[in-house]
Ligand binder design. Structure first.
Ligand SMILES: Nc1ncnc2c1ncn2[C@@H]1O[C@H](COP(=O)(O)OP(=O)(O)OP(=O)(O)O)[C@@H](O)[C@H]1O
Ligand SMILES: [Mg+2]
Length: 354
């Protein structure tokens, strides 16, 4: 489908100024993002929401509206909290003629994003920003957010779905992936590690971001400090351990998510120490004792869950995650399962930093 011109969206979404031009921003893995410039008004970040990834984009926008309204109340510093700009008709988004949904945010100028965690300082800064986000959301009024991606971190549920895919073996790949399948099944107890605590009510359901990787934090270009959490498409009710665990998963190893050389998949303890410290500093003492006890395991569980999802998709014939080479999802699965094992073997040590 051809992309609807962002200029028309800008006309509907901007209250002031005359639209002059739009240029693409970011890598745009999910949404299409543009910087829209105006004569007589501040620039805006315009996004066309990916309707294939988000089955309920209006639910997504309802959540984002509540979260950004609350951020605006709680955090007067506009550079530290994403601000949604409402459309001329007062709604949180505008739909184009093709039915695609557009939204606008204030542009936080003088910022940059980082795609990899180079070292402890960056881990600290990003973790502090995510921790602060959770702290600011801790008194969100109006009841729980909508669960726009149901069961997103329901690890036991994911395991059941995985078992079904192994049985079905619709792409005929299960025999060749036996070692990885066995690795998932032999660690099935890991699926219960956070889920059991949640079921027993030992850890609270909070507002979670659900995409806590470093490139969803804007850094101040001048000071290098972490400023503002972006990419709120997946805000939902969940455990803080999901967000912490996903950040550990994406930050702690120097290797990318699909590293083929598994010897490069490692736990950088100094990065873990910094990110645990950053999260604590940002979240203002809200982490409970029960949550704290599970922090060392959170990255392991989330890496295990994602490893299982990659392997499931490989067995299903690569239907969900886009692949760039044969066996790409199998390699991703190996990498995540290795990371989960690496974290597991270091948890006693990691606990010293939590
Ligand atoms: N409010 C903002 N101010 C300045 N830049 C922004 C803002 N929001 C987004 N950006 C820029 O746009 C990029 C994409 O934003 P975002 O993460 O929301 O989109 P996405 O499609 O979910 O991206 P990805 O899938 O790559 O995470 C960011 O990396 C950042 O460079
Ligand atoms: Mg993003």
């Amino acid at each position: 489908m051809s992309l609807h011109p962002p200029g028309e969206a800008a006309e509907h979404l901007a209250l002031h100024g005359r639209f002059t031009r739009a240029s693409r921003m970011g890598a745009g893995h999910i949404n299409d993002t543009f910087l829209a410039e105006f004569e007589g008004a501040e620039p805006l970040v315009l996004q066309r929401v990916n309707s294939a990834v988000f089955p309920d984009p209006e639910g997504v926008m309802a959540n984002i509206e509540r979260v950004t309204d609350h951020l605006a109340r709680r955090c007067p510093d506009e550079r530290r909290a994403l601000r949604l700009v409402r459309a001329k008709d007062g709604r949180a988004f505008w739909r184009d003629a093709a039915g695609e949904l557009w939204r606008a945010y204030r542009c936080v100028e003088g910022t940059l994003v980082k795609d990899v965690v180079g070292g402890p300082w960056e881990a600290y800064e990003a973790a502090r920003a995510f921790g602060a986000f959770q702290y600011l959301m801790s008194d969100l009024p109006g009841g729980p957010l909508e669960e726009t991606l149901p069961g997103f971190h329901d690890t036991p549920g994911r395991l059941k779905a995985f078992e079904a895919s192994v049985r079905e073996d619709r792409a005929g790949r299960a025999a060749a992936a036996k070692a990885e399948i066995d690795a998932v099944f032999s660690r099935r107890a890991w699926a219960e590690r956070l889920a059991a605590a949640a079921r027993a009510g030992l850890v609270p359901v909070r507002v979670t971001h659900n995409d806590t990787k470093i490139n969803n934090v804007l850094f101040d270009a001048a000071s290098g400090k972490g400023l503002c959490v972006i990419d709120l498409d997946t805000v939902m009710p969940g455990l803080m351990l999901y967000d912490f665990g996903d950040f550990v998963r994406t930050a702690v190893s120097p290797a990318p998510e699909d590293e083929a050389d598994l010897s490069r998949v490692q736990v950088r303890t100094e990065v873990f120490e910094a990110l645990a410290q950053g999260w604590r500093d940002g979240s203002g003492g809200m982490i409970s004792e029960e949550e704290r006890a599970l922090l060392p395991s959170a990255g392991r569980v989330i890496a295990y869950e994602l490893g299982m999802r990659f392997l499931k998709d490989h067995l299903d014939g690569d239907r969900y995650f886009r692949v760039h080479r044969p066996n790409h999802n199998l390699e991703r699965a190996r990498c995540q399962l290795r990371l989960a094992s690496e974290i597991f073997s270091r948890e006693a040590e990691l606990a010293l930093y939590c």
